[in-house]
Design a protein around this ligand. Structure first.
Ligand code: C2E
Ligand code: MG
Ligand code: MG
Length: 739
């Protein structure tokens, strides 16, 4: 028993000591400098807020607490409460003390709290919407408060039980509820209102001074012995605070310009100005965009101008002419138009002899003169180098024709008028538009037509104008198509070799023949060599055709040899076949060898014009062919530029006199005299002579009377397919022979 009593006495001594220690804790804290951690909200400026400069918690509540705590001997520090409510914060052991409380409330976990004495009296103020005059009595009021003020709300409820309090998360939500009429007024600390109501968006809110009431502003903590001890000690400090000190603290924070504008404030305050500025910027932006667009359009226009116009003359370019002509034709379908394609024939010569500048000036002059006579509905363009195209109204009056002639004449005489001797040769092709051209506008095609006509003039020795002939175009196009089909035509047997017999009137027999090719086109029927041979020559394909013909002739000659009908055949050698890189004599020698023929059986016809073109190469070819045993004939003599010099220089065996010039428009009598002398001259030079193109008995008779007995022509026989030629009687028919 004694020992249990002793134990109890020891326990009570220990408890007493502990209590004494607890009560003496602030003193210890002062001695040890142990801080007192005070948890406060930071969103109730100017009571509690984060100082923007120091980033520390400041405010009326902080300064009051600091003063009281320091007076009580604490080294106080403040922490922002992270919890949603003061009730939650009470349960957090990280804080020694929580602020602010109006009355003691239990913690969130239901533990009781203990409060300090009032540090001050907080004036609570009701705020209503500006227009509202009449307010219900305080006890019947619907009031909105911040959720973080739930402690204060409880105090208010205790003070005014009839009041209906709704809690909101933010001040904006509170104000929205007020404006929507869900609450009659908002309740908050007057100091906070003095701060919050500086916000421009809340300028319509009005403080209700009549409805002010005070609430205690206290610190609190959990009701524990330690908590009670802190409170007790704090109370000592609170009691030490003078009213002057308190007022100074309140004044200090309420007189500072603490409210800082955020973006929404600026927007509210300066909304109109901002709107005006935004509109100004938008207007400036729009102007800038439009300026850029105008600049781009301007640049595009310049670019188009460059593409559509010729730099040298200022006239339209080919691209521009095509475009503008198409526009005119679309806009004026009833205007009869013609398209002229003009070209300076001797432009290269002008450039070479008078210089490029003179050439350029002439082009500029031509463009200027032409443009001067054109109306709005007409157009001209420089389509390339010295080529111009003009879209002109057709069927103009006398004045129009005179204008045209004047332009042409002044261009022709451009240099003569400037004291030089050079006459400009202008060639032109004219295409008259058809109704079809207006239906399907194709300026390129029309230009091609006019160009074809222009080429006809250019190919002659003259200058001047020609009208386009559609047949010529169609034929040219057809032949161009045909040329592409040549290799296949040779393979498929469409190309044939026909023979035109040559009559020896002295012997009264056919003696030899000329091989002439024929094309039996699968779609176009029989094609005349004159239609496709020049095109093959231009396309570089004539040698292929000739090789085929020569080979076929050699085959026929061998067969005839084998049949005992030994003949000689003349083959045509195109001037384009003769090239320095090609060994024509070697080719023929190889051929006759391959077919076992005598070279004398092949007569090789070379046109007279070829001799004029490249005399050296031709002479050497001729010489070699003759040395190899072939006979060489000068074809179409008299049709071109026959010269005596050529007769002297070129060593041929036989002259083939083209009789076409007898049929010309000149004086027939003179023609006959010339032929008589040619016959005589050729014979005197030791060459043989054959006349071709003989169509009438009269011609044949005349030739024979002058001593030309070898004759080829329709009068005796037309060219025949090989089978018919083989059937031909060797004797010349009686009427022909009788001539
Ligand atoms: P060419 O060598 O002067 O041939 C004579 C041309 O006159 C042939 O025309 C012939 O049919 C024609 N002809 C003959 N007698 C008369 C007549 O009494 N009156 C008229 N108006 N014409 C007559 P074709 O066959 O149309 O040949 C034309 C030209 O084509 C030939 O003129 C020749 O230069 C060339 N040619 C023909 N076949 C070939 C060939 O295989 N190769 C080469 N390179 N040219 C050929
Ligand atoms: Mg010939
Ligand atoms: Mg001929």
């Amino acid at each position: 028993m004694r020992s249990s009593r002793t134990k109890a006495a020891v326990l009570s001594v220990l408890l007493l000591t502990a209590l004494t220690l607890c009560c003496a804790a602030p003193a210890l804290a002062e001695q040890d400098g142990e801080p007192l951690t005070v948890g406060v909200p930071a969103n109730r400026c100017p009571v509690f807020y984060l100082d923007a400069d120091t980033h520390e918690i400041a405010g009326i509540g902080v300064d009051l607490m600091r003063a009281a705590a320091e007076a009580a001997g604490y080294a106080v520090s403040f922490r922002t409460i992270e919890e949603k409510t003061l009730k939650d914060a009470l349960d957090n052991p990280a804080y020694d003390v929580i602020m602010p409380f109006g009355s003691a409330i239990p913690s969130a976990s239901g533990r009781p709290s203990v409060l300090s004495d009032a540090l001050t009296q907080t004036p609570m103020t009701l705020v209503t919407e500006g227009g509202r005059k009449q307010m219900p009595a305080l006890n019947q009021l619907r009031v909105g408060m911040l959720r973080s003020m739930s402690g204060a709300a409880e105090t208010v409820r205790q003070m005014h039980p009839g009041i209906e309090i709704s809690m909101y998360e933010t001040m904006d939500a509170c104000v929205a509820a007020l404006r929507a009429g869900r609450v009659d007024a908002l309740l908050h600390n007057s100091y906070v209102w003095s701060y919050v109501l500086q916000k421009p968006a809340y300028s319509d809110l009005t403080v209700q001074p009549a409805a002010m009431f005070s609430m205690d502003f206290r610190a609190g903590t959990l009701d524990t012995p330690a908590g009670r001890a802190i409170m007790e000690r704090l109370n000592g400090g609170i009691a030490a605070l003078s009213d002057t000190q308190r007022q100074a603290i309140v004044l200090d924070h309420t007189s500072r310009r603490l409210y800082r504008y955020d973006f929404s404030d600026y927007l509210h305050q300066y909304g109109l100005i901002l709107l005006l500025i935004a509109l100004l910027f938008m207007a400036l932006g729009t102007i800038a965009v439009q300026k850029r667009r105008a600049l781009r359009l301007e640049q595009e226009k310049k670019l188009r101008q460059l593409i559509d116009h010729d730099e040298l003359t200022g006239a339209l370019s080919l691209v521009g002419f095509r475009k503008h002509a198409a526009e005119l034709l679309t806009a004026h379908p009833d205007v009869p138009y013609l398209l002229v394609y003009g070209n300076i024939k001797n432009f290269k010569y002008i450039n070479d002899s008078l210089g490029r500048t003179a050439g350029d000036e002439l082009l500029r002059f031509w463009a200027e003169k032409t443009q001067g006579i054109l109306s709005e509905e007409e157009a001209m363009g420089r389509v390339e180098a010295d080529h111009f195209a003009v879209l002109r109204r057709a069927g103009g009056d006398e004045k129009t024709r005179q204008d045209d002639q004047h332009v042409i004449d002044s261009v022709r005489n451009y240099f003569i008028d400037r004291g030089k001797e050079n006459r400009v040769q202008v060639c032109g092709g004219v295409y008259v538009l058809t109704p079809e051209d207006y239906r399907k506008i194709d300026v390129n095609r029309m230009l091609d037509y006019a160009r074809v006509a222009e080429k006809r003039v250019r190919d002659t020795l003259k200058d001047g104008y020609e009208f386009y002939n559609p047949e010529q175009w169609e034929k040219g196009k057809r032949v161009a198509d045909v040329v592409n089909q040549l290799p296949a035509a040779i393979r498929s047997g469409e190309i044939q070799v026909w023979y035109q017999p040559q009559a020896d009137c002295e012997k009264g027999k056919y003696d030899g023949a000329e091989a002439l090719c024929r094309w039996n086109h699968s779609k176009l029927g029989w094609l005349n060599p004159a239609e496709f041979i020049p095109t093959l020559e231009d396309a570089g394909l004539i040698f292929d055709l000739d090789c085929f013909v020569w080979d076929r002739v050699c085959q026929d000659l061998r067969r005839w040899n084998e049949q005992g009908k030994r003949r000689a055949v003349s083959v045509n050698l195109s001037r384009r076949d003769i090239r320095p890189d090609r060994d024509i004599p070697g080719h023929f020698t190889g051929l006759v060898k391959a077919y076992g023929l005598s070279p004398s059986q092949l007569h090789i016809e070379i046109t007279e014009t070829a001799f004029a073109e490249n005399p050296d190469l031709l002479i050497s070819t001729t010489v070699k062919l003759r040395e190899a045993g072939f006979e060489v004939e000068m074809d179409d003599f008299g049709s071109g530029y026959s010269s005596l010099h050529m007769l002297k220089e070129v060593p041929v065996d036989r002259i083939k006199l083209d009789l076409h010039f007898l049929t010309g428009t000149g004086d027939a009598q003179k023609g006959r005299v010339i032929i008589s002398y040619i016959i005589q001259m050729v014979r005197s030079l030791g060459m043989r002579l054959i006349a071709e193109g003989v169509e009438t008995a009269e011609q044949a008779q005349f030739l024979q009377s002058r001593g030309c007995t070898e004759i080829q022509g329709y009068y005796f026989c037309k060219p025949l397919p090989v089978e018919q030629f083989e059937q031909l009687n060797e004797e010349i028919p009686a009427p022909a022979r009788e001539q």
